[in-house]
Design a protein around this ligand. Structure first.
Ligand code: SF4
Length: 222
């Protein structure tokens, strides 16, 4: 395609924006007790995750599209880690429940976050609540990997982003018939498929958990 603008310039602008915006969130996260860092690329993020997961550690993975986009489940398993997750076909409800519980007591819990605020908070909306719970208590360490597209101004903008972007996209992924999946707009539904059942705001690092947040200079997840 012929373009009237220099692609390299566009890439440079996007990379700089991703970095400088992420740096603001990282400083605030550090003030709030999280170990936060920036990874310029998905490859660099994956390498940082490998460095943070101790040899022999078990790794539970929540319903994170980002972790899967980065190929972390397969890569960690290939590095000899026991990887526990419930995105497996054909699970009975009892099996899915057992795996969700097992994920939450692994040595490391790997997930993303629906939104990360510029004042250093993590905001997540769950249907089941297992991810929100595991980010607060259970594992020895939590590692959050998130694209810079998850950075928002504050908690209000986080919730707005979740209702406008994350929830509809996840509902479409599951073929749910929620209003947001059918129209792209949230109407605070009473659908049996409603995803938005638990809203968790982590304002400071929870006491019993080492907590890493990696912001990545790429658009990842929903
Ligand atoms: S409340 Fe219902 S319509 Fe709104 S974002 Fe959540 S699932 Fe979608």
């Amino acid at each position: 395609m012929n373009r009237d603008i220099d692609e390299a310039l566009l890439t440079r602008i996007r990379e700089t924006y991703a970095r400088v915006r992420s740096e603001q969130a990282i400083k605030a996260l550090q003030r709030n007790g999280f170990e936060a860092a920036y990874a310029a690329t998905p490859e660099e993020a994956a390498q940082k995750v490998f460095e943070l997961v101790p040899a022999g550690a078990s790794v539970g993975v929540g319903g994170s599209m980002t972790a899967r986009q980065l190929g972390l489940l397969r890569a960690l398993a290939e590095r000899g880690h026991k990887v526990v997750h419930h995105w497996l076909p054909g699970l009975t409800p009892a099996e899915a429940r057992r795996l969700r519980l097992e994920e939450s007591v692994c040595d490391v819990y790997l997930t993303s976050s629906n939104a990360i605020t510029l004042d250093g908070k993590l905001v997540n909306v769950d249907g089941t609540g297992n991810r929100a719970g595991a980010m607060m208590y259970g594992p020895g360490r939590v590692i959050v990997v998130a694209g810079y597209n998850k950075v928002v101004a504050d908690v209000d903008e986080a919730v707005a982003r979740i209702k406008a972007v994350a929830a509809p996209m996840n509902a479409i992924r599951y073929s749910y018939k929620t209003p947001c999946a059918l129209t792209g707009v949230c109407n605070d539904c009473s659908s049996p498929d409603r995803l938005c059942r638990v809203t968790a705001i982590i304002e400071r690092r929870p006491n019993s958990i080492r907590f890493n947040v990696l912001l990545v200079g790429a658009e990842l997840g929903f």
